[in-house]
Write a protein that binds this ligand. Structure first.
Ligand code: CA
Length: 237
C-alpha cells in the first residue's frame, strides 16, 4: 500500500546533494518531498504531514534553525534531523536547542545517514503496547506519553516523538543506570559508538522541562562513565 510508506520532507538548497539523498531514500522504499527553502517547506507543512524532516542549516532566506523553530509550532512531534555544515559544536547545540532531534555534520557518509534516518523513523512499537501508566507523575510533573504532552511546574508542554521515546525508556528502567549506547540504540537507532552530543543535549532539554533546578538535577541523573539514570522520587541512589 503506497500510503503506508513513510513520507520524508527534505529541505536542502544544494541540488546535487538533494538529488543524491532523494535517490537513495527512494531506493529504500521511502517517499520524499524536496523543498529548497524553509519558507516553502513551512507552507507545505500547513497542509501535509510527514514522518521525518531532514533540514539543512544553511538555506537561502530563513536558515534551518529558524525553520526548525517554526516547524515545531506546526508539528511538535515530528522527528527532525538537521544537516550542519560546520564541524564545531555550536551548530549542533543550536539545532538541538531549537527543537531538532539529531544532527549530521556534512559531508556525511551515506551508510551512516541511512542508518540514522531509519533509526529515527522506526515507529517504535516497543513503547506503544506497554506504555507506562498514562499520567506518569514525578516531582511536580506529569507526563502523558500517549498524547505527547507533559505538565510541568512551568505549565503544559508538547513533546517530540524522540522525547517521548527517551522518557518511555527512562520510566520503564526507573532507578537503573542506563548506558549511553543503550539509549542511543533504543531511541535513535544508532548502531555504532558514533561520537555524538545528541544524547547529552537531549538530557539538558529534559532537565529544563522537568527539573526544579536544572543545574542540580534530581530526576535525570548523570552516572559518570556509564550514562544516565532516571529517579522518580528524585532521591540519589
Ligand atoms: Ca545548504
Amino acid at each position: 500500500m503506497m500510503n503506508d510508506k513513510p513520507q520524508i520532507m527534505l529541505v536542502e538548497d544544494e541540488i546535487h546533494l538533494a538529488r543524491g539523498i532523494c535517490y537513495n531514500l527512494e531506493e529504500e522504499g521511502l517517499r520524499i518531498s524536496h523543498f529548497e527553502t524553509g519558507e516553502s517547506a513551512l507552507k507545505s507543512l500547513e497542509v501535509e504531514r510527514f514522518d521525518l524532516i531532514i533540514l539543512d542549516v544553511m538555506l537561502p532566506g530563513m536558515d534551518g534553525f529558524e525553520a526548525c523553530r517554526l516547524i515545531r509550532k506546526l508539528d511538535p512531534r515530528v522527528p527532525i534531523l538537521m544537516l550542519t555544515a560546520r564541524s564545531d559544536d555550536s551548530d549542533r547545540v543550536e539545532g538541538l536547542e531549537n527543537g531538532a532531534d539529531d544532527y549530521l555534520t556534512k559531508p556525511f557518509n551515506l551508510a551512516e545517514f541511512l542508518l540514522r534516518v531509519k533509526g529515527m523513523l522506526r515507529r517504535s512499537s516497543w513503547y506503544r503496547p506497554e506504555p507506562v501508566e498514562e499520567g506518569y507523575r514525578f516531582g511536580d510533573n506529569e507526563a502523558f506519553l500517549l498524547s505527547y504532552r507533559a505538565k510541568t511546574a512551568q505549565g503544559e508542554t508538547d513533546m517530540t516523538e524522540m522525547e517521548v521515546r527517551v522518557l518511555s525508556l527512562f520510566f520503564r528502567k526507573e532507578g537503573q543506570a542506563i548506558q549511553r549506547s543503550e539509549l542511543l540504540q533504543t531511541v535513535w537507532g544508532y548502531t555504532s559508538d558514533t561520537e555524538t552530543r545528541t544524547l547529552d543535549n537531549f538530557i539538558v532539554r529534559l532537565r529544563k522541562y522537568f527539573e526544579p533546578d536544572p543545574a542540580h538535577p534530581k530526576h535525570f541523573q548523570t552516572v559518570r562513565g556509564v550514562g544516565y539514570r532516571f529517579s522518580r522520587s528524585g532521591s540519589s541512589v
